[in-house]
Ligand binder design. Structure first.
Ligand code: ZN
Length: 411
């Protein structure tokens, strides 16, 4: 036994599992469309469950359809160390978002089996139902598990056709019997592609995720006055679109007053009456702002409000900014973060600390149990896209780090 040589996972086995899973819901553009609670979701779940059972795991399903595949430990009285992610995708999604975290958990178990590793605590690989929120609100199932939503409310949610979550789970045969969240793990780790360009740009293989950004979204209504495009002189206009355009610029400029920059996006715009020869009388636009520090986000909100107000005064229009949603930032558990960083260091895999720009099931779990996340690079930072891609060696390194974290925590 060469005990100086750390366990590495089987890169080609992990890659082949990802490619085989990617055939379920494969799209002509090379991506995957596997929307939660469809027959494709069922097929992917069945494949995963079969693989887990073949690896010696016992599989349970809870009332939200979350799947738990358990590799037993030597001490059944200990709470499990849990890892996993989701296997649903966007309608035109990729082969790695979510499913990588699920199959990395399975590959960690396969690698431990190969190496004859025993752990004291059990290890659970979880599939969280419907992370993406295409049909039902996203991340409901991990939210119920973590006490964010009630089970009854979640099961009663319905899709655009009036089908409830409960009925959709029953339809694919994954309305399990286990109570949701009754057995909490001692820690949760999720490995995921970064879905952004930072690791690739800096040539780092592992992102040690410190937390996830907070988010504040707004609707802005700019009111001016409609008028004839030919007869109303420029000096007398109250052009709501011109005012809004200046506000979009001013709101973006707020980002550059802070270091590191918050991300601020105006992505939706409505113009009334939207006619080529009428001066716009009213315009509505959206603002999405995110930053890891909630205090900075509060300052950013005030600065954006002030910027819109001052543009309104200079542009002879009125402005109203209404909050639409607000999500506090998440900080992952310091010990879990340290476990990830230490594992990457011991394995000599280049790493850096990073924040998640996107929401993940781990953000819910972090509210209930000690939680950490591991990121690996994806090509060009592209995700939620059929062209989403990642390198087999990076995926394997992320999985090896995960394996060492799980072994350490389960000892
Ligand atoms: Zn995801």
């Amino acid at each position: 036994m060469k005990d100086k040589e750390p366990i590495r996972v089987n890169a080609s086995r992990l890659w082949e599992s990802l490619m085989e899973m990617g055939r379920i819901g494969a799209t002509p553009g090379g991506g995957v469309g596997r929307i939660a609670l469809t027959d494709l979701d069922r097929q992917a779940r069945d494949l995963f469950v079969g693989w887990c059972e073949a690896s010696g795991c016992r599989v349970r399903v809870d009332r939200m359809g979350n799947i738990f595949a358990r590799r037993a430990g030597t001490d059944a009285s200990l709470a499990a160390v849990m890892t996993g992610s989701h296997l649903d995708t966007q309608p035109l999604g990729g082969k790695f978002d979510g499913i990588y975290g699920v199959l990395a958990g399975l590959e960690a178990i396969r690698a431990m089996n190969d190496a004859g590793v025993e752990t004291r605590a059990p290890i659970d690989v979880v599939v969280w139902t419907d992370e993406e929120g295409v049909r039902f609100p996203g991340m409901l199932a991990s939210g119920v598990f973590s006490g964010v939503y009630s089970l009854e409310d979640a099961l009663a949610r319905s899709d655009a056709d009036g089908v409830t979550m409960a009925a959709a789970l029953a339809a694919i045969g994954y309305a399990g019997a286990e109570p949701v969240g009754a057995e909490q793990p001692q820690a949760f780790f999720e490995v995921h592609i970064e879905q952004g360009p930072i690791l690739e740009a800096e040539d780092k293989t592992i992102g040690v995720v410190l937390g996830a950004q907070g988010q504040r979204c707004f609707h802005v209504t700019v009111t001016g006055e409609e008028g004839h495009a030919g007869t109303l002189p420029m000096t007398l206009r109250k052009d709501a679109l011109l005012g809004a355009a200046r506000m979009v610029d001013a709101v973006n400029a707020v980002a550059f007053r802070h270091e590191p920059h918050p991300v601020i996006t105006v992505g939706a715009l409505e113009v009334r009456p939207n006619s080529p020869n009428t001066i716009p009388g009213q315009t509505r636009f959206s603002i999405d702002s995110r930053h890891p520090d909630d205090a900075v986000l509060a300052t950013v909100e005030q600065q954006m409000r002030d910027a819109c107000q001052s543009v309104a005064e200079q542009s002879a229009v009125a402005v109203a900014v209404e909050p639409v949603s607000m999500r506090a930032s998440v900080s992952f558990d310091a010990d879990c973060v340290r476990s990830v960083r230490t594992a990457a260091e011991r394995l000599s895999i280049p790493h850096r600390d990073i924040y998640s720009g996107a929401g993940h099931d781990a953000c819910h779990l972090a509210l209930a149990v000690p939680t950490g996340m591991i990121f690996v690079p994806c090509e060009g930072g592209i995700s939620h896209n059929e062209r989403e891609n990642a390198r087999p060696e990076d995926l394997a390194d992320g999985c090896t780090v995960l394996t060492h974290v799980l072994m350490e925590r389960a000892q």
